[in-house]
Design a protein around this ligand. Structure first.
Ligand code: F6P
Length: 389
């Protein structure tokens, strides 16, 4: 593992800074946001713009991932100044727009016969960055978008990454921004389900996001006092889930709350997928439906009236929590310090109390899963929460 180095302090904010690779001074940097949105994106953008401008740099935003760099995309490359980022720290979403169909190496192009072909347009994108006079790119994204940024960096593009995903599954950073806001939304929903579950003496199953990692389910399930929490890291046995509900029933607790991560699987089983409309491209496969399946099985096996709710994209929306705003601002300012020092091919990462820069390759080597023998799982077990195992 590479040694982690602290991001240097923000000294000398009023001057342009020579790049460490000797390629000249930084004059203009670009920002893009890729993949699913997450609360805090706008706060990162604001911190980048304000701190870069204090160094005398210009900042531009690329709309729609990398789309704004291509002539056939509706996105543009837009100047970002103090006016453009005023009052956006608390706003959800991203002022630049985002997409998960902006892969420079496999760009979806519709052919005359209506079919879609994936084309490598990375050369065009790098050339367009050069034509726009962009000296460095700060890419804000999750594992998919940062992998694309990493591949562009290997092609010589000076890139710094900022870790975004509500799923909190990026390695090398103790938190990704957006995660704690998603947890707050899910916790609030579980709290509301408690009263209706209790009134009707029902089982309520709530499905939260989390493809490979159960961070949202575990945090919101614990904070919201769920009785069962199912996560992708621990394959579940539906009979164990029903046992917990029967055990509560026997103790006079006639309602139960079951919190499932969308990517959880029964032992030996597979993830539950659904088809969603693709819009301009073909229909797509997405996770979804496990909550319904679990609810039906619980009702069938226990005879309890059961309902399910999928929180879905609600978890990605809304205003970031105060902690997410602060960590987003810190990430943005740290990314600018990395650019100033020529620390390219890195991602800023939270290593409390520090924000550090780690190699992108290190951040992307693995996903950060919930440690099944870690303290948080032990806490759930210690207070009697069933993990379905
Ligand atoms: O951001 C990651 C994630 O939230 C996953 O947990 C979820 O499966 C996915 O995004 C859904 O993304 P979309 O429907 O926007 O493609």
């Amino acid at each position: 593992m590479n040694e982690r180095k602290a991001v240097p302090g923000d000294d000398d904010p009023g001057t342009t800074t020579p790049r460490a690779d000797g390629a000249g001074e930084i004059k203009t940097i670009a920002i893009n946001t890729g993949g699913g949105d997450a609360p805090g994106l706008n706060a990162v953008i604001r911190a980048i713009v304000l701190s870069a401008r204090r160094r005398g740099w210009s900042v531009v935003g690329i709309e729609n991932g990398y789309g704004g760099l291509l002539p056939d995309d509706p996105g543009r490359v837009i100047p970002l100044g103090a006016d453009e980022v005023r009052g956006i720290t608390h706003r959800g979403g991203t002022i630049l727009g985002t997409t998960n169909r902006s892969d420079p190496f496999a760009w979806p192009v519709r052919l005359p016969d209506g079919s879609i072909e994936a084309r490598d347009r990375s050369g065009e994108i790098i050339e367009s960055l050069r034509e726009h006079g962009i000296d460095a790119l700060i890419a804000i994204g999750g594992d998919g978008s940062l992998d694309l940024a990493h591949r562009l960096s290997k092609r010589g593009l000076p890139v710094v990454g900022v870790p975004k995903t509500i799923d909190n599954d990026l390695c090398g950073t103790s938190l990704t921004f957006g995660f704690l806001t998603a947890v707050a939304t899910a916790t609030d929903a579980i709290g509301k389900l408690h009263s209706t579950a209790e009134s009707h003496r029902r089982v309520m199953v709530v499905e939260v996001m989390g493809r490979d990692a159960g961070w949202i389910a575990l945090y919101s399930g614990l904070a919201g006092s769920a009785d069962v929490i199912l996560i992708p890291e621990i394959p579940f046995d539906i009979e164990r889930v029903c046992d917990k509900i029967r055990e509560r029933e026997a103790a006079g607790r006639e309602f139960s709350i079951v919190c499932v991560a969308e990517g959880a699987t029964p032992a030996g089983g597979e993830m539950v997928m659904k088809t969603v409309p693709g819009g301009g491209t073909d229909d797509q496969e997405r996770l979804g439906g496990l909550g319904d399946m679990v609810a039906h099985e619980i009702a069938r096996r226990t005879g309890k009236e059961t309902r399910s709710l999928t929180l879905g994209h609600l978890q990605r929306g809304g205003t970031p929590t105060s902690y997410d705003r602060v960590i987003s601002l810190r990430f943005g300012a740290a990314a600018v310090r990395c650019v100033a020092r020529g620390r390219f091919g890195t991602m800023v990462a939270l290593d409390p109390p520090h924000v550090r820069a780690i190699p992108l390759g290190e951040a992307l080597a693995n996903l950060k899963l919930v440690p099944v023998d870690g303290d948080i799982v032990m806490t759930a077990q210690a207070i009697g929460v069933s993990l379905g195992d």
